[in-house]
Structures are given as structure tokens and as C-alpha cells.
Design a protein around this ligand. Structure first.
Ligand code: HEC
Length: 78
């Protein structure tokens, strides 16, 4: 089963209107931005366009497939 099909039956426990976005950004930059990039473009310092020490290209969160229908619930079932 595809992740998006599975996530259709999952409800996120998070209330999006109550999320502290400043803290969310801080957590992203600490835990994810090093690979996925501060600009979400998949080009953080560990990848650096292929010149960094990490051997695999991180997902570009600005890519069309990410913008199109990526439900937040999918994160709970990955
Ligand atoms: C050490 C580097 C690294 C870090 C740190 C990292 N990622 Fe990734 N991420 C990757 C790579 C590599 C991929 C695979 C890209 C692909 O398959 O196209 C990926 C893929 C993803 C995807 C796409 C999954 C899919 O099904 O297509 C998501 C979403 C994601 N990462 C979220 C995060 C989040 C959120 C964090 C922080 C909590 C994070 N990543 C931290 C390297 C990293």
C-alpha cells in the first residue's frame, strides 16, 4: 500500500493552529536543515550540491511531488 493511501486513515494528533512555528523552525534547522537546507531546497551543508560529506541527495521539499498532496499524517507512518 502506498504511504499516502495509508495516511488517509490516520489523523494527526497535532493541532496545526497551536504549533509554535518559531520553535518548529528551530527544530527543523537543528535536526533537518543540515541535509535538507535552511531554504528547504535539499541543499544543506552536508550535501552541498554533491560536494558535501553526505553521499545521498536529501529530498528537496520545494519539489512538485512534495507540494502536491503530501499529507502531514504521512510523517506518522513512515
Ligand atoms: C543526514 C541527512 C538527513 C537528515 C539530517 C534528514 N534527512 Fe530527510 N532525507 C535525507 C535523504 C538522503 C532523503 C532521501 C531523498 C530521496 O530519496 O529522494 C531524505 C528524505 C526525506 C523525506 C522524503 C521522504 C519520502 O517519502 O519521499 C522527508 C519528508 C524527510 N527526509 C524529512 C526529514 C525531516 C523532517 C528531517 C528532520 C527531522 C530530516 N529529513 C533529516 C537526508 C536527511
Amino acid at each position: 500500500m502506498k504511504p499516502d493511501m495509508q495516511s488517509a486513515s490516520v489523523k494527526s494528533p497535532l493541532d496545526a493552529s497551536k504549533i509554535d512555528m518559531t520553535e518548529a523552525e528551530r527544530l527543523y534547522l537543528v535536526n533537518c536543515g543540515v541535509c535538507h537546507g535552511a531554504k528547504l531546497d535539499g541543499n544543506g551543508p552536508l550535501w552541498k550540491g554533491g560536494d558535501g560529506p553526505y553521499p545521498a541527495a536529501p529530498k528537496n521539499f520545494l519539489a512538485d511531488d512534495m507540494k502536491a498532496g503530501w499529507r502531514k499524517e504521512r510523517c506518522f507512518i513512515l
